[in-house]
Design a protein around this ligand. Structure first.
Ligand code: MOS
Length: 738
């Protein structure tokens, strides 16, 4: 498929270039993993456990297997043997929160309510799903622990890891809190959340002898490939993973979940290509969501508003069969210059599906508590909430004293306050009204660390001037293909429409996972490296042929009688893949010992609360962000807006409801899990400061996650300003505003 852009020649970096894939997506020509046609395609559906922790004593497949059109009913009795799942790799940041350790259909054990216990393969999806309903499983139930609220006292401190920090301490925050002139000590809670990508997880798997091809909507092609190779005992090169288009992911597609593995099993058993498209309910049952949390934020200040104590602790959950730490207090280590600091994360283990990373894991919910607490403190101090933040803006990292690579928070608030007309706000809660609407204005800080991952890439220049970039990066709606065409055009000083980018396929040089807001920086480094090498080779070629190196690249090539010039760059050049990746990550982590690298921003919102019903409407939004260099003004703003929309969802509606007796998710659908719709979202203004970060490739800090951070806090603060009521338990539904 050829994707081209119509952007006029000239300046290209930062321009709001139309998406190269805009046309194929809006016309329906783009093929997602469930669209790729296959002859003789069969369809699979999952049977989910209705017990919570149990051993399966009997599976009755009679009715299902005799349904016309059914080809196989696969259970732990007849499934092919697989190797257990590999441990996630430190080199692959977003996989740190594991999928699960369950070897599906290779065990009679049930570990959570909803775990797949059988797969049905049939001629059509309808038949497969109907047959799945006819499979009857009998269980011997075992005691299970599923109630977060009840288990909270049993939480234990999270251990620090290579890429995440443990407890952080400066001075004696507990003692400082006791003697503070003004203090708040508050408890917050946030519920479980689910990603709800528009495209439910879908895999189409086919075997050809000993080789496997999967079309899978993943944000982690290389990990999926290596994971499947290990599970099925075949070489990595015998697995091809294709993810040309992914319909949103948000962290839910970083791991290899049951559906992907079981599609491969189904294809193996039936000898046919098999498509396993999860239903929306199937996603809730088999793909982890964001853990619920409880949090304590205690802040002490002197009477001028200088923080003397900052305490932020959290409790989150992991599944007994997988999951990872939620970095809830991450931003509290870096945002405010308190004399004494204590941050700690605790976790408990439940018999539920693993938790998973979800857009700004940690910060999205941690910032709700921290930023709402800052607002409460400002109110107690009778200080403007922006002024309180500015009085505590640090020059160096508050914990440990590292340098900030770049920090635009002061400028973000200054620009935002002017543009949002913050000065119009009268501080007294309930003092701004418009008829029956109580009007409130709130702010909060956004913060998200900047990451970089290893990326391999080839760049080829042809004599006709065309440039081909090949790298297995991911296009999940962010505009990556467009952005990397722009970075290439910028780096080589060639017209944008001469650049073609190939991505989304493990046959290409391995790219980074699209996670941790790291993809743009990671692939940009590889593009810049490749462009530099290509230019060097081109200059050498020009000299050899007595040509001026300032000639157009295509001209040099054709005058030198060459069809093309290609360079290969990447983490594993010259040495083994693993060694190269290790070297890359070691260098990056050492650099992080010197610098705090992060995107940040100031969120401004206005809400209107119905005086009689408590209905909350978000009516204005402005986010001013420091994401370093902006590669594409349109798609970057789209990323930031998307984060804000998701944050509005978390603030006002989203809540996965878990049955406290069984751990079963009871609202596993979009009718009862309330994501925002267009009517819930106002115009969202976005401004980016734009200056590059000197420590990141191309100056890029990443835009995918920082947009959601602070959103729920800003809304809670605005709701307080409108009504005088503090809601510390998300979501802020109208029953809590009485
Ligand atoms: Mo992200 S939560 O690393 O997709």
């Amino acid at each position: 498929m050829t994707l081209t852009t119509t952007h006029p020649a000239g300046r290209v970096l930062g321009e709001p270039v139309d998406r190269v894939d805009g046309h194929v997506k809006t016309t329906g020509a783009a093929q997602f993993s469930g669209d790729v046609p296959f002859p003789n395609l069969a369809h699979a559906a999952l049977v989910h456990a209705t017990a919570t922790r149990a051993r399966i004593t009997r599976v009755d497949t009679e009715a299902a297997s005799t349904l016309p059109g059914v080809h196989a009913v696969i259970t732990h009795h007849n499934a092919p043997r697989m190797k257990p799942p590999p441990k996630p790799s430190v080199l692959n940041l977003p996989t740190l929160a594991a999928g699960t350790s369950v070897n599906y259909l290779n065990t009679d054990e049930v570990h959570w309510n909803g775990q797949p216990v059988a797969v049905v393969v049939a001629d059509s999806l309808d038949i497969a799903r109907e047959a799945a309903r006819l499979v009857h499983v009998t269980y011997d139930e075992l005691p299970a622990v599923v109630d977060f609220g009840q288990q909270e006292p049993n939480a234990v401190p999270q251990k620090a890891g290579a890429l995440h920090e443990g407890t952080g301490k400066k001075g004696d925050a507990v003692a400082a809190l006791e003697v503070a002139a003004v203090a708040v000590d508050l408890r917050f809670s946030t519920p479980m959340h689910h990603h709800n990508a528009l495209e439910p997880h879908t895999t189409t798997a086919s075997w050809h002898g000993g080789t496997l091809t999967v079309h899978d909507g993943t944000q982690n092609i290389d990990w999926t490939r290596r994971h499947l190779a290990q599970r099925f005992g075949i070489p990595v090169r015998a697995v091809r993973v294709v993810a040309t288009f992914v319909g949103g992911a948000f962290g839910g597609k970083t791991n290899v979940w049951a559906g992907t593995v079981l599609a491969v099993v189904a294809a193996m058993v039936t000898g046919r290509p098999v498509r396993l498209a999860l239903s929306r309910e199937g996603v809730y049952r088999t793909v982890g969501g964001r853990t619920p949390s409880t949090q304590r934020v205690a802040l002490g200040a002197d009477s001028d508003g200088q923080l003397t104590s900052l305490i932020h602790t959290s409790v989150t959950q992991v599944g007994r069969v997988g999951g990872g730490p939620e970095q809830v207090v991450s931003q509290s280590r870096h945002l405010y210059d308190a004399a004494n600091i204590l941050v700690r994360q605790n976790q408990l283990t439940l018999d539920t599906v693993s938790n998973a990373v979800m857009r700004a894991p940690g910060e999205a919910i941690g910032s709700f508590a921290l930023e709402a607490a800052m607002d409460e403190l400002a109110h107690r101090l009778a200080l403007d909430p922006i002024e309180l933040r500015m009085r505590n803006e640090p020059d160096r990292d508050p914990l440990g004293g590292r340098l900030f690579a770049r920090r635009g928070l002061r400028e973000a608030y200054a620009r935002g306050a002017a543009r949002f007309r913050w000065a119009d706000r009268t501080p007294e809660p309930g003092s701004m009204r418009d008829g029956r609407w109580l009007v409130g204005m709130g702010v909060a800080s956004a913060y998200h660390p900047a990451w970089e991952l290893p990326a391999n890439l080839t760049m080829r220049l042809s004599a006709n001037g065309d440039v081909l970039v090949r790298c297995a990066f991911h296009e999940m709606g962010m505009g990556s293909a467009t952005a990397f065409a722009q970075v290439t055009a910028h780096a080589l000083r060639v017209p944008l429409d001469s650049v073609l980018v190939e991505y989304g396929d493990s046959d290409l040089p391995a790219g980074p996972a699209a996670g941790g807001s790291a993809q743009t920086a990671s692939v940009s480094r590889a593009i810049l490296d490749a462009a530099a090498r290509l230019k060097k080779n081109l200059t050498a070629l020009a000299h050899r042929h007595d040509l001026s190196p300032t000639e157009a690249p295509g001209t040099i090539l054709s005058r030198a009688g060459r069809c093309h010039l290609e360079v290969v760059v990447g983490a594993d050049r010259g040495i083994g893949r693993l060694a190269g990746q290790l070297r890359f990550m070691t260098r990056f982590l050492l650099d992080r010992r010197r610098y705090v690298k992060a995107a940040c921003g100031a969120q401004f919102c206005e809400v209107r609360v119905d005086r009689d019903t408590g209905e909350v409407r978000v009516t204005r939004w402005l986010g001013v962000f420091d994401i370093g260099t902006v590669v594409n003004a349109k798609t970057a703003a789209g990323q930031l807006r998307g984060g804000i929309v998701m944050g509005i969802g978390a603030a006002l509606g989203e809540e996965t409801l878990v049955d406290r007796g069984t751990g079963r998710i009871v609202n596993a659908n979009l009718a009862e899990y309330h994501v925002p719709v267009h009517a819930d979202i106002p115009r969202i203004d976005i401004e980016c400061l734009g200056a590059p970060d000197p420590t990141m490739p191309l100056g890029v800090l990443g835009a995918g996650e920082v947009g959601i951070v602070g959103v729920a806090g800003a809304i809670a603060n605005a709701v307080h300003h409108a009504t005088g009521l503090r809601v510390r338990d998300l979501p802020i539904t109208l029953d809590k505003l009485r």
